[in-house]
Design a protein around this ligand. Structure first.
Ligand SMILES: Nc1ncnc2c1ncn2[C@@H]1O[C@H](COP(=O)(O)OP(=O)(O)OP(=O)(O)O)[C@@H](O)[C@H]1O
Length: 549
């Protein structure tokens, strides 16, 4: 077998007549298949129905009814006929599909008839999937199974199984590693590894890293080739028809002629009033309302979406898969003109874990899921189809390992930054060191407040503002808040994890690192408690040992 025959049979093995990203359904349902079987084997439709109700598989029915009259078919014949069936459309197409299917069944052996019926119905179950086929290709065209992993790597980039098989049959192992991204043929998405603890982030990606907002929607790879725009899902399906609004936005606002962008589609509305800096991210369920065949336009208006781009894979004829992430991000920024529907994933670049924590807390405030941490290293290429250590994911639920509440006293306040400038930012909170009789900072709380809470806290604090750090408070200069207050107001906070931190002073003794509470969330003001009633350093140390953090 060679060339085109290899290509076509690779598709057929996977029960299709083309690559996953092309629309290959034949438009044949049970009704058409039933009629074709009846006509091919000259039995009544009733007879076919009866047998179908006992076997539950029209392929088996064809096998039973076939009298073995047909000679063997060639791959070329089968493939050609199936393509013809697919392309028949319009008036009278149902009858034509019946006729075409019937004619090929007449010429098929019983076994062939069985599989042809299953393929046209999209129900081929050979009991093996892509992986098995890749192994078979390795054995057939390199003489050894050991190349399967390498073939799989190529398959992540060349997702057209037919093209891959054909190329292997012609060039053997020389075909490997030669594939690149091509317009109209999506590569498999790069995925992120999960880390088990916040510290692991630093271990996996030491030093400077990018931290991006993580959107919970639908992964999308957009291919623009002049006026032709296509959108592919993570499973490589063509989802262009579902998002006419995004297609239009790409046509209008992306100037590059040939470009491939990677991002996440999310149900989203930008704050509409001038003074409104809010962004509204909606649930995944809401986005799924857009997954429909009919009334697409109407639903596009009811459920507006935006795509948040975080990568660029191809630009004007050149693959960017081997370019490092910082370079790709720079090119992405150059080529995406932001609009309401086309956005860039929000991010910071930092080597400071506390900043990452702050950024994470802010993403939760926006009702996002978490963060993706990305390596800035020069070898951080786009690893198509891989769960890569160049990308780490950290979600709220990972931080929920420990959930305890703490009573803390407020010693300072930070203003909001950026868009939230001047407004309520975060509170610097402390616990009591009984031995030293002072308050030592333990965490910075920036989430969980309603607008009313924020106002109430502001008014309570207003009476206690001071110009210098009070004598009974220990704050590191790097944590200096915008406003200092006497330790008076007590709040209850939910926290996830106690860790060592160079920024906080709680229990630091002679050393330089104190204890800190990670992922704090404001619960309520404790009017009933005074500063002497807050948690003590001793209690926190016991708790830390008790839970073995
Ligand atoms: N800024 C971003 N960078 C990379 N991926 C992002 C980003 N924002 C959202 N994502 C999405 O987050 C997904 C990973 O998160 P999550 O663990 O929630 O998804 P999953 O489907 O459960 O796992 P995975 O996709 O890693 O198999 C990515 O596949 C991608 O679709």
């Amino acid at each position: 077998m060679e060339g085109k025959e290899v290509k076509d049979s690779a598709y057929l093995f996977l029960g299709s007549i083309g690559p996953a990203f092309e629309k290959t359904t034949l438009g044949v349902g049970d009704k058409i298949a039933l009629k074709a079987i009846a006509s091919a084997y000259r039995v009544s439709e009733e007879e076919v129905k009866k047998r179908y109700s006992t076997t539950g598989d029209l392929g088996d029915v064809a096998f039973e009814l076939s009298r073995g009259e047909g000679k063997s078919l060639t791959i070329d014949e089968v493939f050609g006929k199936l393509r013809e069936i697919k392309e028949t459309s319009g008036k009278g197409s149902q009858e034509e599909k019946v006729r075409l299917l019937s004619s090929i069944l007449q010429r098929a052996s019983p076994e062939e008839g069985k599989y042809i019926v299953r393929i046209v119905l999209g129900k081929l179950r050979l009991g093996f999937g892509d992986q098995f086929l890749l192994e078979a290709l390795s054995l057939a065209f390199t003489g050894d199974k050991k190349y399967t992993a390498k073939i799989k790597e190529s398959y992540n980039v060349c997702t057209d199984i037919g093209e891959l098989a054909e190329s292997l049959s012609e060039h053997g192992t020389r075909a490997l590693g030669r594939f690149s991204i091509k317009l109209g043929r999506p590569v498999r998405s790069m995925l992120a590894q999960r880390v088990e603890s916040f510290e692991e982030i630093e271990k996996r990606i030491p030093g400077e890293k990018a931290v991006e907002e993580k959107y919970d929607g639908e992964r999308v790879q957009i291919h623009k080739n002049g006026n032709e725009i296509k959108a592919f899902s993570r499973r490589l399906e063509d989802i262009t028809a579902q998002y006419p609004d995004l297609v239009e936005a790409v046509r209008r606002d992306i100037n590059a002629e040939k470009i491939v962008l990677d991002g996440e589609i999310i149900a989203y509305v930008e704050g509409s009033k001038a003074d409104d800096s809010t962004q509204e991210f909606y649930s995944f369920q809401r986005l799924m309302q857009r997954r429909r065949k009919y009334e697409v336009q109407k639903y596009a208006e009811i459920f507006p979406v935006a795509v948040f781009f975080f990568d660029i894979l191809y630009l004007e004829g050149k693959s960017l898969l081997k370019e490092p992430y910082p370079r790709r991000r720079a090119l992405l920024e150059e080529n995406v003109k932001q609009s309401e529907a086309l956005r860039m994933a929000g991010r910071i670049v930092t080597d400071n874990l506390e900043e990452i924590e702050d950024f994470f807390n802010k993403t939760l405030e926006k009702k996002l899921e978490g963060i993706i941490i990305k390596s800035m290293s020069s070898n951080a290429v786009y690893e198509a189809g891989k769960r890569s250590w160049f990308w780490l994911k950290w979600k709220e639920e990972y931080a929920e390992g420990m959930r305890e509440t703490f009573d803390l006293v407020i010693v300072g306040k930070y203003y909001g930054r950026g868009k939230r400038k001047g407004s309520f930012g975060a509170l610097l909170c402390a616990i009591l060191n009984e031995e030293e009789q002072r308050f030592e900072t333990f965490t910075k709380v920036g989430t969980g407040f309603t607008e009313r809470d924020a106002k109430e806290i502001d008014s309570l604090l207003s009476e206690h503002i001071v110009n210098e750090i009070p004598k009974n408070v220990l704050i590191k200069s790097r944590m200096m808040p915008d406003i200092l207050v006497e330790p008076t107001v007590v709040i209850e906070v939910l926290g996830a994890e106690i860790t060592k931190s160079p920024g906080h002073t709680a229990g630091q003794g002679e050393g330089d690192t104190g204890l800190a509470l990670r992922f704090p969330r404001f619960l309520r003001i404790r009017y009933d408690k005074g500063p002497a009633d807050v948690n003590t350093v001793k209690e926190i140390m016991n708790l830390k040992e008790g839970i073995g953090v």
